[in-house]
Design a protein around this ligand. Structure first.
Ligand SMILES: CC(C)(COP(=O)(O)OP(=O)(O)OC[C@H]1O[C@@H](n2cnc3c(N)ncnc32)[C@H](O)[C@@H]1OP(=O)(O)O)[C@@H](O)C(=O)NCCC(=O)NCCS
Length: 178
């Protein structure tokens, strides 16, 4: 069983969050941007995943009525491909569902196949392209959506359970029909 713990992001986590952020993104947020998010708890929901005292990843979403917009997710490089990203995603989707969201959206670089695979595993579908969305390279973004979070939440929790218990994983691409 893996022993990561997911928790609300706190101001005191920001030193570690910023180290991950600078390493993970070509256009990193600055510390002030995270501080502003943490000052707006009605709209902004930011979670960290810890291994003991170490923050090893984080995710953030904005909640707008019944719609959640995932605005960031990153895992420390030396912790990738061990399920931390999936546990963050499952935790965020659970929190969003509890807060009454039924739709979830995000943008992802067309070249970012690891992140796209993670999102597809949780039932996101690419529904549109936003041209030249990323100002650093002019790269396009896929806009991905889950339109029926309440229906999918059982399977999302099953994916998280399998990761925590180190069981063979199955992607929602195969288990969820359109
Ligand atoms: C995207 C990211 C958060 C994934 O975190 P992670 O902890 O490695 O994710 P997991 O171990 O839970 O993997 C979940 C799924 O993601 C996909 N995935 C992760 N790394 C992958 C890789 N290197 N190649 C292909 N698919 C990958 C797989 O589908 C994987 O499922 P599987 O283990 O059943 O094959 C991480 O790679 C990251 O921080 N990247 C840099 C920041 C970033 O690009 N964020 C997204 C911005 S839109």
């Amino acid at each position: 069983m893996i022993n990561f713990e997911v928790d609300r992001m706190k101001i005191r986590d920001l030193d570690q969050v910023m180290r991950i952020e600078r390493n993970a993104f070509t256009m990193p947020w600055n510390r002030w941007m995270f501080e502003k998010e943490l000052q707006n708890p009605d709209r902004s929901h930011f979670l960290v995943i810890r291994d003991g005292k170490n923050v090893v990843g984080y995710i953030g979403f904005w909640l707008l009525v019944d719609e959640a917009h995932i605005v960031t997710i990153a895992v420390r490089q030396d912790y990738r491909q061990r399920g931390a990203g999936s546990l963050l995603m499952a935790s965020a989707l659970n929190l969003a569902e509890k807060l009454n969201a039924d739709k979830v959206t995000l943008e992802v670089r067309v070249s970012n196949h690891s992140a796209q695979n993670l999102y597809k595993k949780f039932g996101f579908k690419a529904v549109a392209i936003r041209r030249r969305f990323y100002s650093d390279t002019g790269e396009d973004a896929y806009i991905m959506w889950i339109y029926d979070l309440k229906e999918k939440i059982g399977e999302i929790n099953a994916i998280a359970w399998r990761i925590i218990h180190n069981e063979e994983d199955e992607s929602m691409q195969e288990t969820i029909k359109d």
